[in-house]
Design a protein around this ligand. Structure first.
Ligand code: PLP
Length: 446
């Protein structure tokens, strides 16, 4: 078998889990074993597997017009309809949409649009972007520079300085608090540090700050109460735009339409991918407000053509997949369902796992959650290396549950939004067995 390069995998082909098909919240391997897809693929298959309506919508579009590009005055109905549909949903006034293929490229597009916009209005120095430690925003060269996870940043010589990217503290109280700091003291301290950074860099050199409302890939971090309110006050005071990366949180994941709604963020810019099409076809969107677009196309601006776009920007089949996904979300009240089942998941996780000797913190909102596995529950001290997280992931897999170890020793759950309460119970039964095996392993290893 020809080898395939994929990150963080040093398993041989026979050691890898080879999936064959899916149905609802379940996937089956090539030996016929069934697993609950507890991470919705990679935080994305919101409507689960084998959704025939999505398959038909995509096939219908492929049969009608499989491709047209969106350059030089061309467009097509699915793209226009999708932009209209999204415009009714997003909390941005008079929004404009740039379609791409992945979360990474949507974030790259925003970096370019910000540069282009500030050049167009004669403020070329306003180009820095603030990102947070433990933020994950993708892996292309620019989005990779916004990302702060060591494995995605180290070894690649990401052009962090060239791109004028500034880093600030992650709002993770559990791992970031100092001494007996309360949550409020912690928030005030990290935001004061950010304020000093903004002042020393010069507010007129900073374009925007990117945030995942709840960070996903770096451990499902839910910032403390009050954090976003204070953060936005600070950014607005200094004329810095708020950019919500909704690639994981968008479309029902946190129990609302967007993570921004759940966390009280009023974004100027947004990026989407993943659940926009329930991952049935790759598509992303970078959203800007009308006032920004108007300035970009103003004929008197001296910048020239906005020369950016991908061959597959607004791919017709991707737009058809997204349109059908949004239709199902609305028709089947998927966000409301996610809110109800999400509350149940969060309550059950706390009830069943808070006292587990391996679990330092249970966190999450809606249908996204993580357990932080620690070496010492009393002090919260973590493990050296990803020893518990990696083991737990494989142990859960042996017990019929696919989840993901993130940021070392956190195990993340993010099931399809269609999961039912009784399926949540099954998922947590498998998690429980996986954790018991992990606990035995950790004790045996000393
Ligand atoms: N932004 C966030 C918050 C993500 O979680 C991800 C991927 O997980 C990305 C951006 C990058 O998306 P993609 O993998 O589609 O490039």
């Amino acid at each position: 078998m020809a080898p395939v390069i994929y990150p963080t995998t040093n398993l041989t082909a026979t050691e890898q889990l080879c999936l064959d098909r899916g149905e609802g919240i379940y996937v089956f391997d090539t030996d016929g074993n069934r697993y609950i897809e507890g991470l919705a693929g990679l935080w994305c298959t919101s409507l689960g597997y084998s959704n025939q309506e999505l398959v038909d919508a995509i096939a219908g579009q492929l049969g009608k017009l499989p491709f047209t590009h969106m350059f030089g005055g061309k467009t097509h109905e699915p793209a226009m309809e999708l932009a209209n549909r999204l415009a009714d949903m997003v909390p941005i006034e008079d929004p404009y949409f740039f379609f791409g293929n992945s979360g990474s490229d949507a974030n790259d597009s925003h970096i370019k649009m910000l540069r282009y916009y500030f050049n167009a209005i004669g403020k070329p120095q306003k180009r820095k972007i603030i990102t947070r430690d433990r933020g994950y925003h993708g892996v292309t060269v620019a989005a990779g520079a916004l990302t702060s996870l060591p494995a995605n940043l180290a070894h690649f010589d990401a052009p962090v300085e060239a791109l004028d990217i500034l880093r600030t503290a992650s709002p993770h109280y559990y791992t970031g608090r100092q001494g007996n700091e309360t949550e409020t003291q912690f928030v005030d301290r990290i935001l004061d540090e950010l304020k000093q950074q903004i002042l020393s860099e010069g507010p007129d050199t900073i374009a925007a700050m990117i945030v995942e409302p709840i960070t996903g890939a770096s451990g499902v971090i839910v910032p403390p109460e009050g954090y976003y309110e204070k953060l936005q006050d600070l950014l607005r005071q200094h004329d810095i735009l708020v950019w919500s990366d909704e690639v994981i949180c968008g479309f029902g994941r946190t129990g609302n339409d967007f993570g921004a709604t759940t966390m009280g963020i009023k974004p100027d810019l947004m990026t989407f991918a993943k659940q926009l099409s329930s991952a049935y076809f790759p598509i992303s969107a970078a959203v800007i407000p009308g006032w920004m677009y108007e300035a970009m196309i103003e004929p008197s601006n001296q910048v020239g053509v906005f020369g950016h776009g991908y061959t597959y920007s607004g791919h017709p089949a991707a737009c058809a997949a997204a349109l059908k996904t949004l239709e199902i979300y609305e028709r089947d009240k998927i966000f409301e369902h996610a809110a109800t089942v999400g509350d149940y998941l969060q309550a059950q996780l706390r009830e069943r796992f808070s006292d587990h000797p391996l679990v330092g913190e249970v966190r999450g909102k809606g249908l996204i959650a993580a357990l932080e596995l620690v070496a010492n529950k009393t002090t919260g001290q973590g493990f050296d290396g990803a020893v518990a997280g990696g083991f737990a992931m494989k142990a859960c897999e042996r017990n019929g549950l696919i989840l993901r170890a993130v940021a070392g020793n956190s195990v993340a759950l993010c099931p399809p939004l269609i999961i039912t309460q009784s399926q949540v119970d099954d998922m947590l039964d498998s998690l429980s067995k996986g954790l018991e095996e992990t606990w035995d392993h950790v004790r045996a290893e000393g």
